[in-house]
Structure formats: structure tokens, C-alpha cells
Design a protein around this ligand. Structure first.
Ligand code: C2E
Ligand code: CA
Ligand code: CA
Ligand code: CA
Length: 278
């Protein structure tokens, strides 16, 4: 009603209004950015102890013509709200798959996998499976080298539909990693119903794994859970050797984090693959 609107205005915080105006400006820029392809991908190494780099997670970056590099923490939520995540997500997937096809022709790169983040809005689309399959076909990428990172909240939205989509992609060889694992609020019962390949221990548990007994217990439990379900496990946000050693001690041998590499441009990632035995 009108009076409610007036009340809202009365309590409106000028700082919030600035933020709102800012968001609208950013949304306008984002629309343009997608048309003008102002994005690039950074590649962050995923490593297995003793076996070097096994692949990369791609993380999108926005090169804003005036603001410079804008963090995905800022524009991904906005892209989700505005629906712009759909063309952006298509671009990320297409770019990643095209890279897989290039690597397939290089003996020292052909083993690499690429993990792509998928947002709820993307995954929720009825034609999500078709989109992924058509990108694979168009680029010639090997589906078995593509890993999709899904989050718990995305999975429980519509469990039956989720299961069908995942099995359809799984049948073609696409892998699935459950991102930010442990931060969601869902029950564990769906875990065994879904064709997952890997649990990804969220960096919030890794950060204080040596200081906070609760985080240590959670990390240990996630590894044990993965093992008992026959799933792989990777820890994200590994910054120190002591964190890595703790994780290795509880049976997690696959890592991602600044200890190994920051997210970097393609050329730098490839150099890392060539020279680094981790
Ligand atoms: P995420 O999927 O959980 O990605 C991991 C984030 O942790 C990345 O932040 C990465 O740069 C950062 N990180 C990696 N190693 C370390 C470490 O050792 N220490 C610390 N402190 N941080 C580390 P980034 O690149 O800023 O991305 C933030 C989030 O934006 C991602 O979280 C993901 O949810 C989203 N995002 C990024 N790219 C895409 C994309 O292409 N599509 C979608 N839907 N979301 C994306
Ligand atoms: Ca991720
Ligand atoms: Ca994550
Ligand atoms: Ca995260």
C-alpha cells in the first residue's frame, strides 16, 4: 500500500540507497559486459599429492573498463538475480570446453580436467542437459574431462529433476563435484541417490583446521563420509603445508589452494602443469 511505501521510505538508509543505485549501474554494465565479452577465466590448479596437477577449476573474472577487475563475489549474485548468469554461464562452459579440446591435442595436457561452477539458476533450466551436451559436441571436448561443481542448495531444490539431469549427463561421462560441502543445510540422505564423483570440503573448515577442533572433526568426517560412499574428496582453500599435512593425515590427498597456486591466467596455469611436480 501507499502508506507502507511511505514508511519504507522514512526508514530508508541513504547508504542503502547509494548501494541500490550502485547495483543498478553495475547491472547495466554487466549486461553490456556480456555483449562485449569483458570476461576472462582464471585457472586454479587441483593437485594430488605425488601426482602433480590433475586439472583446474575455472573462476570467472570481469575486466570492467573503468572499475578494473570486479570480483565474482560482487557480480555473480547480481548475475543470478538478473538472469544474466545464463549467457555468462554458457560462455564459461563453452570457453572451458574449447580449452579441453585444445589440451586433448597436447600429450602433456591431455589428462587435465576442468571444473566449472554451475549456479542454481543455470542448473534449474529445463534445457540444462541439452545445453551442456551441445557445448560438448560443438567444441569436441571429452565429456570425461569436464567436471561440474554443484552446491547442496541447488541439488535439493527439486530432487527428482536433479537426479534425472545428473544421470543424463553422467551417462555421457560428465563428472560432478559437490562444492562448499558441509555449509549447506540439507540432509545426507540424498547423497547416495545422486551420481556424484567428489565432495569438496569447504574452505571455511580448512582455514582453521589446525586451530579449531570442530573444524578438524568436520574435515575428518567429510573425508570418512566420502570414503564410505565411494566418492573422491578434495579440500579447497589449502594455504599452508600444515593444513595439507593434516588433511593427508585424515585421508584427503587432493587439494586446491594458494599453497599450490592462486587462480591464474591460462598461460601461467599451463606453465605450472609443465614444470611442477606436486
Ligand atoms: P568457489 O566456487 O567456492 O571458489 C573458490 C574461491 O576461493 C575462489 O574465489 C578462489 O579464488 C578462492 N580461493 C582459492 N584458493 C584459496 C585459498 O587458498 N585461500 C583463500 N582465502 N581463497 C581461495 P573467487 O574466484 O573470488 O570466486 C568466488 C565465488 O564466485 C566462487 O566460489 C563461485 O561460487 C563463484 N564463481 C566464480 N566463477 C564462477 C563461474 O564461472 N560461475 C559461477 N556460477 N560461479 C562462479
Ligand atoms: Ca567452486
Ligand atoms: Ca567452493
Ligand atoms: Ca565457497
Amino acid at each position: 500500500s501507499k502508506s507502507a511505501g511511505r514508511n519504507e521510505f522514512r526508514f530508508f538508509d541513504p547508504a542503502m540507497q547509494v548501494a541500490a543505485v550502485e547495483r543498478v549501474a553495475l547491472a547495466t554494465d554487466l549486461r553490456k559486459a556480456i555483449e562485449e565479452k569483458q570476461f576472462l577465466l582464471h585457472y586454479q590448479a587441483q593437485v594430488i599429492s605425488g601426482n602433480g596437477v590433475i586439472g583446474a577449476e575455472v573462476l570467472v573474472r570481469w575486466m570492467h573498463p573503468q572499475r578494473g577487475l570486479v570480483s565474482p563475489a560482487e557480480f555473480i549474485p547480481l548475475a543470478e538475480e538478473t538472469g544474466l548468469i545464463l549467457p555468462l554461464g554458457d560462455w564459461v562452459l563453452e570457453t572451458a570446453c574449447a580449452q579441453l579440446a585444445v589440451w586433448a591435442l597436447r600429450p602433456e595436457m591431455e589428462h587435465l580436467t576442468i571444473a566449472v561452477n554451475v549456479s542454481a539458476r543455470q542448473f534449474g533450466k529445463l534445457d540444462f542437459v541439452e545445453r551442456v551436451l551441445s557445448v560438448l559436441k560443438r567444441t569436441g571436448a571429452n565429456a570425461a574431462r569436464l567436471k561440474l561443481e554443484l552446491t547442496e542448495s541447488l541439488l535439493v531444490d527439486n530432487v527428482q529433476e536433479t537426479i534425472e539431469k545428473m544421470f543424463a549427463l553422467k551417462a555421457k561421462g560428465v563428472g560432478f563435484s559437490l562444492d562448499d560441502f558441509g555449509t549447506g543445510y540439507s540432509s545426507l540422505s540424498y547423497l547416495k541417490k545422486l551420481p556424484l564423483d567428489q565432495l569438496k570440503i569447504d574452505q571455511s573448515f580448512v582455514r582453521d583446521v589446525l586451530l579449531d577442533p570442530n573444524d578438524a572433526a568436520i574435515a575428518r568426517t567429510i573425508v570418512a563420509l566420502a570414503q564410505s560412499l565411494g566418492l573422491g574428496v578434495i579440500a579447497e582453500g589449502v594455504e599452508t603445508e600444515m593444513q595439507r599435512d593434516f588433511l593427508a593425515g585424515v585421508g584427503c590427498h587432493c587439494y586446491q589452494g594458494y599453497l599450490f597456486s592462486r587462480p591464474v591466467v591460462l598461460e601461467a596455469f599451463e606453465e605450472l602443469v609443465l614444470k611442477r611436480e606436486m
